[in-house]
Design a protein around this ligand. Structure first.
Ligand code: BGC
Length: 274
């Protein structure tokens, strides 16, 4: 059994628990510390170190972040302090905890966990996981392998970013009832359906707990959709899964010689300048 500490950085709380990465189960009760005001990296670093100490870890740690994470650096900060942009957050947290820390985008973590242990377990093909909260997070997974940092909440729709129009925060801000909000979500999902033809949409984030309020109002042309199952554990579980594999870029699937793409053909004469 491989046990890895997963930590989920959210807008109001930073939560952690040790995870059995083979079963996706939390092995101890989650420990939650309120997110420091403004979520500045230095303050968040202190909380991550405190959580590591609380669980007494000795081994890699997976941490989620609500923005783009590439090669250990946090590259965007739509809903957190701008000091995160360009920061080597893997190094910052590794130094603070004395353990190897791997960061992963929050929706990517939740998506991986849902695809393997939650609503997408056993589903082959393309699974698109969307989290509706303050923003909209996305995770694109094909046959269990993640394409990190898809950021589909920032897709331009109706003259604005989709998350500004269809997130749960937009529902509250515009005082929409569930049916009105579902209409916006359906427009957004239908657009994604056209672009990605997913075999399954998984709808996560805070709204997944209230699926009875919106589920019947979502209308799609040809894809299936289901509410997420792991609720507020998905980020912790996905972060631990990713840390075990050595970070988001390290996730690999064996490619058999027959499934490799053919070597590129030399340019044809027709394409050459005379
Ligand atoms: C961020 C994403 C994040 C999502 C949910 C968006 O604003 O750009 O990286 O996954 O919010 O937190």
């Amino acid at each position: 059994m491989s046990v890895i500490l997963g930590i989920d950085i959210g807008g109001s709380g930073i939560k952690g628990a040790p995870v059995d990465t083979a079963s996706g189960k939390l092995l101890k009760e989650r420990h939650r510390i309120p997110t420091p005001e403004g979520a500045h990296p230095d303050a968040v670093k202190g909380v991550v170190a405190e959580l590591a100490k609380h669980f007494g870890v000795d081994g890699p740690i997976g941490v989620t972040f609500p923005g783009i994470v590439q090669h250990g650096r946090t590259l965007s900060a739509a809903n957190v302090d701008k000091a995160w942009i360009g920061l080597d957050a893997d190094a910052l947290f590794t130094e603070a905890t004395g353990q190897a820390v791997h960061l992963i985008n929050d929706a990517d973590a939740a998506g991986l966990a849902e695809a393997r242990f939650g609503a997408g377990a056993g589903v082959n093909g393309t699974v698109l996981v969307l989290t509706f909260g303050t923003g909209i997070g996305s995770a694109l997974i094909h046959n269990g392998v993640l394409v990190p940092n898809t950021e589909l909440g920032h897709l331009w729709l109706r003259d604005r970013e989709a998350e500004d129009w269809a997130s749960d925060r937009a529902r509250e801000r515009d005082d929409l009832n569930w049916k009105q909000w579902s209409k916006r979500v359906s427009t957004y999902l239908q657009h994604l359906e056209l672009l990605f033809s997913p075999d399954l949409f998984i709808i996560g984030g805070g709204v997944s707990k209230k699926a009875d309020k919106w589920q019947e109002h979502i209308k799609l042309e040809r894809s299936r959709f289901v509410p997420a199952k792991l609720l507020n554990e998905a980020g912790i579980v996905g972060a631990a899964m990713m840390a075990q594999e050595g970070g988001p870029e390290a996730q690999q699937q064996e490619i058999s010689p027959t499934s490799q793409s053919p070597a590129p053909k030399p340019a044809s004469k027709a394409g050459k300048k005379k």
